[in-house]
Design a protein around this ligand. Structure first.
Ligand code: FMN
Length: 196
């Protein structure tokens, strides 16, 4: 259907032994259950983005950007899956955000967070400030997993699966809201360019 929403789910952790890929896969599956979404999973660990933001980046960064940038540009909406590191989000995620600008503009961003007792909520709230600067709209509803580290829960595969109804409900609420914004903002971007 031409109303299908292209959604990129971004895995914010690149840490070895991370929980993040399981969280993001779980969320992407929930999104795929809603047929209006065409879902991609963008794993920052698959790419080597230099944090120097150089005008002449090294080859690995050029190759990474050649893959990441068109995917961000083509997306109607994003979901950022972030852990909390020292009360904020990971540096690799900030680097990926900072390499881009208009790719985020006038688009909605959903936040899925996880961490210790706080469920990554401080990381999620910091991301709202960053995306506001990029003229992206973070949506109100979030999904958060508390005490979700591998140490607390063992293999994450067993946690937050379809049996966790609270998480599944939160994901559906987030996706409903994200879908509304994605269609509204896609129409708005088509009607008139975002002001420079
Ligand atoms: C460097 C570092 C700092 C952390 N700081 C916090 C923190 O401030 N608050 C918190 O709730 N959890 C914190 N944690 C726990 C992580 O949020 C938790 O282990 C999470 O599963 C990490 O995500 P990942 O496995 O996908 O990388 C921290 C973990 C690391 C590695």
């Amino acid at each position: 259907m031409d109303q299908q929403i292209r959604l990129e789910v971004i895995i914010g952790s690149v840490r070895e032994g991370r929980v993040g890929s399981a969280v993001a896969s779980w969320f992407a599956e929930r999104a795929r259950e809603q047929k209006e979404f065409d879902v991609g999973l963008l794993d920052l660990a698959d790419h080597e983005l230099s944090d120097r933001l150089s005008a002449n980046p090294p080859r690995a960064t050029r190759e990474a950007l050649a893959e990441i940038t068109p995917r961000l540009a083509a997306a109607d909406a994003f979901v950022v899956v972030t852990p909390e590191y020292n009360h904020s989000y990971p540096a690799a995620l900030k680097t990926a955000i900072d390499w881009h600008h208009e790719e985020w503009q006038g688009k909605p961003v959903g936040l899925v967070s996880y961490g210790g007792l706080s469920g990554g909520l401080r990381a999620a709230e910091h991301l709202r400030q960053v995306f506001a600067e990029l003229s992206a709209t973070t949506v109100r509803n979030t999904v958060s997993f508390h005490r979700s580290s591998a140490r607390d829960h063992g293999p994450w595969d067993d946690f937050g699966d379809a049996g966790d109804q609270d998480a599944a409900t939160a994901a559906r609420v987030l996706l409903d809201e994200l879908g509304w914004w994605a269609l509204a903002l896609r129409d708005a971007r088509a009607a008139r360019p975002y002001p420079a």
